[in-house]
Design a protein around this ligand. Structure first.
Ligand code: HEC
Ligand code: HEC
Length: 208
């Protein structure tokens, strides 16, 4: 009995230690996020005027992968990519993997944002286009980690359209080292025009 209590005390102590460890990682990330806040908002909700997307609600593996791509000139290095180049410069404030882990831990303390429609897309038309997208991003647009396809449901409509245009024009997802981007780019090319992009974004928004 006594031994049993001893073990449960030890394991409780261990759990408490793990908990403190996690809390301090997010805490360290808070200081790092001070830079990001200027564009992505206090709670990672995004800023349309600056074309900076919401980050809250996105999975860690994807945020990490994108930060690495920006840093390594795989994303945001095309001279036509003004907003991508702006973001690329910001990765200099994250010197190593630990810094990236910390900032992501802090982003994960934010509530998932809910966005209002800002474009005149038709969700009913968008639904038919989305059938293709669902194969990778999921029917609920919550993403599929096995296919490295991010969640889209928490993203603002203007950002979805902006990225689809970049993929279609070869500004994103054209670098030979960008395996996931190369998978996504032909999908954007299947959407006939900007109207179709707005429609699909309106449908994704309706899944919130
Ligand atoms: C000067 C404004 C600015 C600052 C500061 C900034 N960002 Fe960004 N960020 C952007 C813009 C604009 C984009 C969209 C880039 C594009 O259009 O491809 C972006 C995109 C991203 C993305 C990709 C999101 C996605 O869904 O693919 C991540 C991740 C990100 N930022 C993280 C950060 C972090 C972490 C920081 C702080 C270290 C930070 N940003 C600071 C402007 C900024
Ligand atoms: C074959 C799988 C696949 C299909 C089908 C697909 N995507 Fe993607 N998509 C991806 C992957 C993988 C990425 C991540 C690319 C990267 O890492 O840069 C992505 C990224 C995106 C992004 C960028 C998200 C962000 O946060 O920056 C948007 C927007 C997007 N997809 C929309 C769509 C839409 C709309 C469709 C349907 C027309 C679609 N995708 C179909 C695999 C797919």
């Amino acid at each position: 009995m006594a031994r049993c209590r001893f073990f449960s005390l030890v394991s409780l102590g261990f759990l408490a230690l793990i908990h403190v460890g996690l809390a301090s990682e997010a805490e360290l990330g808070k200081a790092r996020f001070a830079t990001c806040m200027a564009c992505h908002g206090m709670a990672g909700e995004g800023n349309a005027a600056l074309q900076a997307p919401s980050l809250a609600g996105q999975e860690a593996y994807y945020l990490k992968a994108q930060l690495k791509k920006f840093k390594e000139d795989i994303r945001g290095a095309d001279s036509r990519d003004i907003t991508g180049m702006q973001m690329k410069a910001m990765t200099m404030t994250l010197p190593n993997d630990q810094a990236v882990t910390e900032v992501i831990a802090y982003i994960h303390t934010f509530p998932v944002p809910k966005h209002k429609a800002t474009l005149d897309g038709d969700p009913a038309k968008g639904k038919t286009f989305f059938a293709t997208c669902a194969a990778c991003h999921g029917a609920d647009a919550k993403g599929n980690i096995a296919l490295k396809s991010p969640a889209l449901v928490h993203l603002p409509d203007w950002y979805i359209v902006a990225q689809l245009i970049k993929f279609k024009d070869g500004i994103r997802g054209a670098h030979p080292k960008d395996a996931e981007g190369l998978m996504m780019a032909p999908m954007a090319k299947m959407l006939p025009d900007e109207k179709a992009m707005k429609d699909v974004a309106a449908y994704i928004l309706s899944l919130q």
